[in-house]
Design a protein. Sequence first.
Length: 231
Amino acid sequence: MARNESARTEEQSETRHRILREAANLFAEKGYAATTTREIAAAVGVQQPSLFHHFGSKQEILDNLLRVSIEATACNLKELVRTEGSPAQRLMAHLFLDARHILSCPYNLLGLHADDVLLGDFGRWRAKLDEVHRGIRHLVRSAVEEREFVPVEPEFAQWTLTGGTIAIIRIHGGVARQRPERKAWQASRLLTRMYLAKPEELDACQRGASEIARRVLRQAAPSDPSTENRK
């Protein structure tokens, strides 16, 4: 009896994962507004009633995907802003953790960053994303003040760094990498180097960022149930 219950739970979890995966692909390809629940159900290979058994609406599907995309990043950056370490090292740790999260995610997150989503009915996730942007600007401002970074407007730097994150999402395309750390460090090194006042200190910056990232990961929030064991 317990085995049957366990198999049923596993099957439900797998179906939820497939719904999120196919919905994310459709949102990236067609946009959120243009995608219907009928199309999502067809892509998954289930009937609409089965889809609604797992998610009550298209909005609920998107809300779950936004949580996967934004929540861990927001939590990690909040910790990075108040943890010990130089601003440049903490910002590099953020860039690494964000890239690592994207590269290990089983869903295509590209469609979640469109205006019809972030400027629509999902204000709480927009607010969390704004928190992330403010945190990045704070670290950039501090790095400039401590002369770790060349003089740069924090808002300009934040948008260029965010653009780098979007590029990672676009290239990644929802295919989870088993060992994303190498690519994540490549991306974070490239983005950090743009603003380092002394580029020759990039390796030292990475060593410090690596220790900070490990510290933050030890305190990380529990994984989202939709992505557990998918990375």
